[in-house]
Design a protein around this ligand. Structure first.
Ligand code: FES
Length: 181
């Protein structure tokens, strides 16, 4: 198939302007496309068929201090169609045979943004606020599990809720803000 030079230039420019979501400083623009880290699972999970890219945020981790020993990623629900109902984590599954099924390595995919803020319950916050109250954001990443806070829409006080486990951070000062005050 032959493409006109104008069309090729337009396609190239579009490809060049797609940013990695981790590099975006401003709140994400709903409807815009970004490059997003994804994993695949070899089995169907929630709204995703086996082998289909699943947008995730942050690294593979466990949370033993929160009673979660299973390794998992967190869904990046900003890039998942609202009609697909997912929980919070893409976790290692254990088959009936005892075999572990792991999410496959992270790769970057072009994905549309459906929202730029996430509501998360505060159920983990009593434990985490006690542990991280004196910590600061590091390069706009949550010090709990290094989850990037880039692209989130702050509230009127400049605070965002971490998409990992719900800690609230002030983006200007980098300080933790209690969800119970
Ligand atoms: S990564 Fe756990 S609260 Fe932010």
């Amino acid at each position: 198939m032959l493409y006109s030079p104008t069309l090729l230039t337009s396609i190239t420019l579009q490809a060049m302007t797609i940013l990695r979501v981790t590099e975006v400083k401003e709140p994400l623009i709903i409807g815009k496309f970004y490059l997003v880290p994804c994993v695949t699972m070899p089995v169907d999970i929630e709204g995703f068929k086996a082998g289909k890219p699943i947008p995730v945020i942050g690294d593979l981790h466990a949370d033993p201090s929160l009673g979660v020993s299973q390794l998992h990623y967190h869904y990046d629900r900003r890039f998942i169609k609202p009609e697909i109902h997912v929980g919070f984590v893409v976790s290692v599954r254990v088959c009936a045979t005892g075999e572990e099924i792991h999410p496959k390595n992270i790769f970057w995919k072009r994905r549309k943004c459906y929202c730029n803020s996430l509501s998360l319950p505060d159920s983990f916050c009593p434990i985490l606020e006690a542990e991280f109250g004196q910590c600061r954001l590091i390069n706009r990443r949550c010090p709990h599990k290094n989850i990037p806070l880039n692209g989130l829409q702050p509230d009127s006080d400049g605070n965002v809720i971490c998409p990992g486990h719900g800690l609230k951070w002030n983006l200007a000062t980098g300080q933790l803000v209690s969800r119970f005050s």
